[in-house]
Design a protein around this ligand. Sequence first.
Ligand SMILES: Cc1ncc(COP(=O)(O)O)c(C=O)c1O
Length: 377
Amino acid sequence: MIQPIYLDYNGTTPHDPEVIAAMRPFLEVEFGNPSSSHWYGIKPRQAVEAARRQVAGLLGCRPAELFFTSGGTESNNHAIKGLARALKHKGRHIVTSAFEHPAVLEVCRYLAGEGFETTYVPVDGQGMLDPLAIASAVRSDTILITIMHANNEVGTVQPIAAIAAMARARGIVMHTDAAQSLGKIPADVRDLGVDMLSVAGHKLYAPKGIGALYVRQGVQIEKFCHGAGQEKGARAGTENVLEIVGLGKACEIAARDLAANMTHMQAMRDRLHQGIAGRLPEVRLNGHPDLRLPNTLSLAFRGMEANRLLEEIGLEVAASAGAACHADSVTLSHVLEAMQVPMEWAKGTLRFSTGRLTSSADIDRAIEVVVGAVQRL
Ligand SMILES: Cc1ncc(COP(=O)(O)O)c(C=O)c1O
């Protein structure tokens, strides 16, 4: 069977062959526990610390400011709950946007049960936040601002440095969810000015189930897991050495090849956009036209139903939907809702996301398939 063309790199990415090669010894030979003081622990321990340096290299932080997690969701949970609980004596107010991933929104909702209040700042029609709107949402009891670096559905990149500068001036901790931006655009914590940043390995050609959290030295957060003292006590549990090694390698590659990857992903994305928009009259782009991830293309097909379109193209192209249409109702993604995309456009929204392996031939075929499907439907 011929595999569909993969245009869902924001969903997840395949493992980079260099990542697989780096992990192989830890799958086949090096089974030791990094906490063991005997011979078997030496290589795994060294590998975990080497990986920490590789991730730190991509983020521009100190290795000691990073700990490994099970992925973006855990990193966000730990950052938000950990900070809120550590600073609850100072205040119980959090500022975020209506536009975040559920791994942030659901955490804020959950914390309401512990007496925390969250303000959800609206985005504009292109999914952009105004730093002034964030500043006006801040109160004397605000302890945390958490805003995603780039949106997973439409790709809009937020003015994190401006928001973080405002947060710092007011003594508020700033967290960003960089699950989607790492490896696609620069995300150096010194340039962003953030205090905490979440990493998700599987968006970056590393395996699923591994991530990291950057916590700037001096910022105190509560422990996530209680147990033995791994990860300096912040996250107990025997380290996932195999995947930590994979994440480290993936970050090294992301830093090394960033410029070339950005150029390639953007060329493929724009070719797809032009190919589709040039042949269909009723197509529009969701998200910011310029301040957007170089690989992300959220297209609204007016009057169409996204799940019907996905079914129609599914044997040849793998993409994802921005809305789910049922017999008598339509559920829009909260991102399109927050952007107030009109229903007749939003319900026919597909997200295409390109990656390192996307070729011009893939894009040309995908254009034929998508245009054909829209015309038939
Ligand atoms: C912006 C964003 N944050 C967090 C996550 C969750 O990451 P993980 O799948 O590693 O838990 C995702 C994954 O879709 C994401 O896109």
